[in-house]
Design a protein around this ligand. Structure first.
Ligand code: 5GP
Ligand code: ZN
Length: 136
């Protein structure tokens, strides 16, 4: 299903031009207009899913396989030194476009980017309570 209000639906469908680096029946991979590093790209499913929660399992499997392939090709062609896969869900997590997408971010020594978090210092009790909440 497409969403008339969604810019990534229009880009994925080819209705809005983009710098496409890969396309098949289900996905388009485009260069990000505000790249973190040289070659920063986005995997877009052609169907509209707002986020990871809505993504069907079969599509999720294909996304990770495509991410792996793209990471290898991009690392080789762009002479990258490493690679980040980033995928944001919800405004609080930094999502700004509400059509599922996976960021492909080639990394270069000295690129000056930081993709990370401030590590917390939970006690063993806190970790145990979280473990229980998730898995019991
Ligand atoms: P998010 O913050 O939702 O995880 O990532 C959205 C990404 O989409 C950002 O990195 C932003 O630069 C990129 N972006 C937003 N609008 C457009 C657009 O129209 N074209 C392209 N190629 N990238 C876009
Ligand atoms: Zn969409």
């Amino acid at each position: 299903m497409k969403n008339d209000q969604c810019i990534f639906c229009k880009i994925a469908a080819g209705e809005i031009p983009s710098k496409t680096i890969y396309e098949d029946d289900e996905f388009r991979v485009i260069l990000d207009l505000g790249p973190a590093t040289k070659g920063h790209a986005l995997i877009l499913p052609k169907e509209h899913y707002a986020n990871l929660y809505e993504l069907p399992e079969e599509t999720a499997k294909k996304v990770i396989c495509l991410a792996k392939k793209m990471a290898s090709v991009m690392t080789e062609k762009l002479h990258a030194d490493g690679f980040n896969l980033v995928q944001n869900n919800g405004e609080v997590a930094g999502q700004t476009v509400f059509h599922f997408h996976m960021h492909l971010i080639p990394r270069y020594k000295g690129d000056g980017q930081t993709i990370g978090w401030k590590p917390g210092k939970p006690s063993d009790e806190e970790l145990e309570a979280i473990r229980k909440a998730i898995s019991e």
